[in-house]
Design a protein around this ligand. Sequence first.
Ligand code: PLP
Length: 371
Amino acid sequence: MIPILDLTVQYGALKAEIDAAVTGVFAGGHFINGPNVAALEEEIAAYVGTRFAVALNSGTDALHLALRALDVGPGDEVVTTPFSFVATTEAIGIVGATPVFADVDPSTYNLDPAKLSASIGPRTKAILPVHLYGAPSAMDEIEAVARRHGVAIVEDCAQAIGADFGGRRVGSFGAAGCFSFFPSKNLGAYGDGGMLTTDDEALARRVRALRAHGGRVKYHHEELGINSRLDEVQAAILRVKLPHLERWTAARRSVARAYGAALADLGAVQTPAHDPGGRHVYHQYTIALDERDRVQASLRAAGVQTMIYYPVPLHLQEVHRALGYAHGDFPNAERAAARVLSLPVYPELPAADVRRVARELHEVVAGAAVA
Ligand SMILES: *Cc1c(COP(=O)(O)O)cnc(C)c1O
């Protein structure tokens, strides 16, 4: 089976360095808020191009603490995409606000800026674009809409570390950028982890307090916070990995180029828009086609693992039933959910595997067309 992702190859290549970093933390006896977390915050801020970065327990916490720090709460609305992982809207719900959707662009699967304004109203506090699959959202137009309506931007960069729009890294456009170090992400820890980036010193200070039970001074608590710390072991591992991220991104992009060339003659297959307005980092290589489920089953039978991110758009999820959306409300998101299929992609994916996936896809799609 060609797996969609194989994390063991990367550990094999970095084993000596990672093992040394981890045992160094064990030997140092400093496990929370130590030197590795502080250094990683500086290194991520420098990489993204923001003044501050705050390490957290997960990308989900980065999203919901960004909203908390912007005073988004009950009665407020946050405009976002209906085509994302549930953590995007979960974060909005956790702070007591209401997600309001705007449809996606069918070529990038990201928020369509032309559809944004219609979803913005007097209660809107923020726009939450998601750089899905590692493709940058149209930040120039999204920024223009946000400015016109006087609302903040919070970027969901969980799938897009290193992506840029117009030469500027994602996570540096909004009031806050929210990153995930979930193991399968482009920069993955060996457990959960997240990071919030910002240029706003007051916002960074507020999130630092919120992640530590709402206090700036130990045992003095100004507001209700949570426990959302990144631990030293994960920070030490991420510091070993970060210097390799650009090389891994280049490798993902060359896998994507190889797929693009090998699938160009398959008219029935929509390949991803390459570099829409900036650098795509291919967290996923996601095609779209009719008869998707049949094609997926045939690929599985042929030894190729694929995944569907995501089969149900957020406005039709059970958890959001009370919002009152119905089938047909966001046709581009619904069509994407019915047609997308993510192929194997990771930096070390062998070129022979890319060729085999493309070959199997040709056979399966041709078969599906005549069936
Ligand atoms: C992974 C992911 C998150 C959540 O990150 P966690 O670290 O798993 O909490 C949020 N949004 C998107 C789009 C994601 O892919």
